[in-house]
Ligand binder design. Structure first.
Ligand code: ADP
Ligand code: MG
Length: 237
């Protein structure tokens, strides 16, 4: 697989074309952003840790029958993925109240959410990823009602697989964000699943072991990501 021109450099990853028009290479960088890119820092080892973390999770999801873009890990920081036409809508499921939900609705952090909630956000940094709904997505052509229904169903299937996986490592999957795209007309899970895009708490102490450590300046960010990875069986060596 030949790595060709850079197509896009995002906040945390770079996207390169390959000699196969149906395949892209995602390069996970050490760059870490928060507050829609307002705060940027480089955290040593993050690219490697997130690339391995994502590969492990994507394989678990694939095994559970969830279509993903993931083909294989190419190196410490690179993975080969299907070239998707991304849908600019982020799907968020929450099992426990935290982050934006607490701010928006004034509910108590840590409150169990039963049933888990499902939210849609427009992927647009300049607008700070505003919350949207099915009606707006349909009217503005971001996704069809059928695509949204499929994305929602897949996002909840991911919850069943990953809540269990993290529970076995003594971790609570608090919430997470997924991005989907189209590959030959089919809805496929894209982007990444890593502690950058979800919240994970220790089940006993409720210690935060995800990107909130960076957002809140708690330190030990990558150490926490590696701890989570080790607990679910990832080998970072
Ligand atoms: N399989 C894929 N095909 C095409 N684009 C993808 C795929 N997976 C992820 N992307 C896109 O590549 C970019 C990854 O880089 P990232 O640093 O996360 O960017 P951003 O700052 O836009 O979130 C994202 O915009 C994401 O939507
Ligand atoms: Mg991103």
């Amino acid at each position: 697989m030949e790595k060709r021109q850079e197509l896009y450099a995002g906040k945390a990853k770079s996207v390169h074309a390959t000699d196969d028009p149906d395949r892209l290479i995602l390069t996970f960088r050490d760059d870490t952003s928060a507050f829609d890119g307002e705060r940027m820092e480089s955290l040593a080892r993050k690219g490697m840790v997130n690339n391995r973390f994502n590969a492990f999770i994507m394989e678990k999801l694939q095994e559970a029958g969830i279509p993903t873009h993931f083909d294989r890990r190419l190196s410490d920081t690179e993975s080969l993925v299907k070239n998707l036409e991304m849908i600019p809508v982020e799907c968020v499921v929450r099992n426990i109240a935290a982050g934006g939900l607490v701010k928006r609705l004034g509910v108590e952090e840590g409150q169990a959410l039963e049933p888990p909630t499902f939210e849609l956000f427009l992927k647009n940094d300049a607008l700070h990823d505003p919350m949207i709904n099915e009606s707006l997505a349909e009217t503005f052509g971001w996704a069809t009602p059928e695509q949204l229904a499929e994305m929602k169903a897949l996002t909840f299937r991911v919850n069943e697989v990953l809540k269990q996986l993290f529970a076995e490592g003594g971790l609570l999957l608090v919430d997470y964000k997924l991005e989907f795209g189209l590959f030959k007309g089919e809805i496929v899970l894209g982007d990444e699943f890593s502690p950058d895009g979800c919240r994970l708490w220790d089940a006993e102490t409720r210690e935060k072991l995800d990107k909130d450590r960076f957002r809140q300046g708690l330190g030990g960010v990558i150490e926490a990501y590696e701890e989570v990875g080790r607990r679910i069986g990832i080998d970072f060596d």
